[in-house]
Design a protein around this ligand. Structure first.
Ligand code: 1PR
Length: 529
């Protein structure tokens, strides 16, 4: 089966292509407008910013053939922005570019007190029968990542709804035209089943009696792989204690990145994060093995992939300049869904706080503008600094701590570091997170150097302080030692996700055991069968 793929050049379409190929389909990319009309089945995965998508569709003269194809009720599957494009316009687009307008209605920003973007695994309620959902388990969850949702005028096209603060429309179908807000290519085996049905079901309009009633948003469990070259030059997964990854002078080797990522996917990880931990000194576009790791991983792993390390502007020894946007673009092309910025975000925020002005030119702002804020994670590497009173660190966010310092200090603040904890800066983690949100970050990955590798539990005070200061999702990281630590972090802080490395690498606690424990505590998780 040949599936025509409409790639307008933004975001990660590699995962969609990999999913189709895994299912036995062959991808034919759209290279000119007539390819759209020639398609047997057309797949349109949209990622990033609505306005830039519509601008590109207009520039490439794709609007007219798309309308013609859709009005002829030819098989179509739009994912995320690829579904939003079917409507008459979006609050995300203030230009006067023409949308497709196949369906009446618009795309609005979430109005909820919950974190926006809506990121993670959420359930769907099926509103009408469709062969697309054939053999999909009733309690299945799908992966969402978006700040805007459709508001159709015609209730008949609603295929599913989902709850996030309120009920919104999460997929539509009219005849052979289907669109989902969630990403089937990132939704594990259930998502692959949906795509398989689209590819192979003969009649997408046939009636089938299926009952799917989803539960709410899950807390995500993320497996993190810190990657670097060892002293023999092999790319390995390593793991430090408080960021020190060496034993007797040698870099610890805990396995091969591609194989480990595949194992975590199969064991039920909700996301996989790669951190290229020496990215601050080795430029990633010269570090092609890391790109290869991403490409290989995305062939086998159908949950979201984040990659961090070395995302910054760079000039090489011959004076050639590369922008952070080019580095990010290469990562997205290679299979990443989100990129994570560490050191460079600190430098950007230092400038921003000094001048009070957004330049629009920092890597964080540029990547967020092009790929959407949901694709930009900020990785924070803080260290606890004890003080006797808030007056001792007036310029920082100081908290009263239940874990007193070595000299019985009752207060502390969290100092940002750069270059993998090697250098401290005069900036605190709360201020960094707030400023990054203002500049366009979509999520915070909150590490903690004091807890990293200690198995002593997450730093709940740090996580609470940052979570209360931002409205974007926060991933708690560092210190997980047992399943109870995950329950603690979800029960006591508002964190949307928890990340761990050491306990998974050393096979001390399997991911499934963590999820079983959380379920026992009535904490919503994604189950995999
Ligand atoms: O500064 O943009 O180049 O990004 C570098 C990235 O590499 C940052 O995200 C930074 O956190 C990471 N990094 C740099 N050096 C280290 C190191 O360990 N020496 N790793 C490092 C950070 C921390 C977590 C870890 C959790 C969970 N790793 O991601 O996986 O602490 O560990 P645990 O469950 O075993 O406690 P840039």
């Amino acid at each position: 089966m040949i599936i025509t793929l409409l790639d307008y050049g933004a975001g990660n379409v590699r995962s969609v292509a990999n999913a189709i190929e895994r299912l036995g389909g062959t991808i034919k990319p759209v290279t000119r407008p007539s390819d759209i009309l020639d398609a047997e089945k057309l797949l349109f995965p949209g990622v990033g910013n609505y306005a830039s998508m519509i601008r590109i569709l207009n520039e490439k003269n794709y609007i007219r053939p798309l309308r013609e194809y859709l009005r002829a009720d030819q098989p179509f599957f739009g994912i995320c922005l690829g579904m939003q494009a079917l409507f008459e316009g979006s609050q995300e687009d203030v230009s006067d570019h023409e949308s497709l307008g196949i369906f009446k209605g618009r795309v609005n920003r979430f109005q909820t007190r919950l974190a926006v973007p809506h990121i993670g695994w959420n359930g769907v309620n099926l509103k009408k029968d469709s062969p697309v959902f054939k053999d999909v388990a009733p309690d299945t969850k799908f992966y969402f990542v978006h700040s805007y949702h459709i508001v159709p005028e015609d209730a008949d096209i609603i295929l599913t709804t989902t709850n996030y603060g309120y009920e919104f429309v999460s997929s539509v179908q009219k005849g052979n035209v289907i669109g989902t807000q969630f990403h089937p290519e990132k939704s594990g085996t259930a998502g692959l089943k949906l795509l398989e049905n689209f590819i192979y079901q003969k009649d997408l309009r046939a009636q089938t009696a299926i009952d799917i009633k989803g539960k709410g948003l899950s807390k995500r469990i993320i497996a993190c792989l810190d990657v670097r070259s060892n002293d023999q030059g092999d790319l390995v997964v390593t793991k430090g204690d408080q960021y020190d990854v060496r034993d007797d002078g040698n870099v610890r080797n805990l396995g091969k990145p591609v194989a480990l990522a595949k194992r975590y996917y199969e064991e039920g990880a909700d996301e996989i994060t790669f951190l290229n931990i020496t990215g601050f000194r080795d430029f990633p576009l010269k570090d092609l093995p890391m790109i290869a790791v991403l490409e290989e991983t995305s062939k086998n792993v159908f949950v979201p992939l984040t990659i961090g390390g070395g995302i910054r502007d760079y000039t090489d020894s011959k004076g050639k300049t590369y922008t952070a946007l080019e580095v990010a673009a290469q990562y997205f092309r290679s299979g990443a869904d989100k990129i994570s910025i560490g050191s460079d975000a600190v430098y950007t925020v230092e400038q921003y706080l000094k001048t009070g002005k957004k330049t629009g030119k920092s890597p964080l702002e540029q990547i967020s503008n092009v790929y959407g804020n949901q694709a930009v994670v900020i990785s924070i590497d803080p260290k606890r600094i004890y003080v006797n009173s808030p007056a001792e660190a007036k310029q920082h966010h100081v908290i009263k701590t239940m874990v007193p310092g070595p000299n019985n200090e009752a207060y502390c603040w969290y100092q940002c570091t750069v270059q993998g904890g090697r250098e401290t800066r005069d900036l605190d983690a709360v201020a960094l997170a707030q400023a990054c949100q203002e500049l366009g970050a979509g999520e915070i990955l909150l590490n903690c150097i004091d807890r990293d590798g200690t198995n002593s539990g997450f730093d709940l005070e740090l996580i609470t302080a940052v979570k209360n200061a931002v409205s974007i999702p926060v991933i708690a990281s560092s210190g997980a030692g047992c399943e109870a630590h995950f329950a603690q972090v979800f029960e006591k802080t508002g964190a949307e996700a928890a990340l761990a490395a050491g306990i998974f690498h050393r096979q001390e606690v399997p991911i499934q055991k963590v999820k079983d424990y959380l379920q026992g505590k009535n904490i919503e998780v994604r189950t995999t069968s």
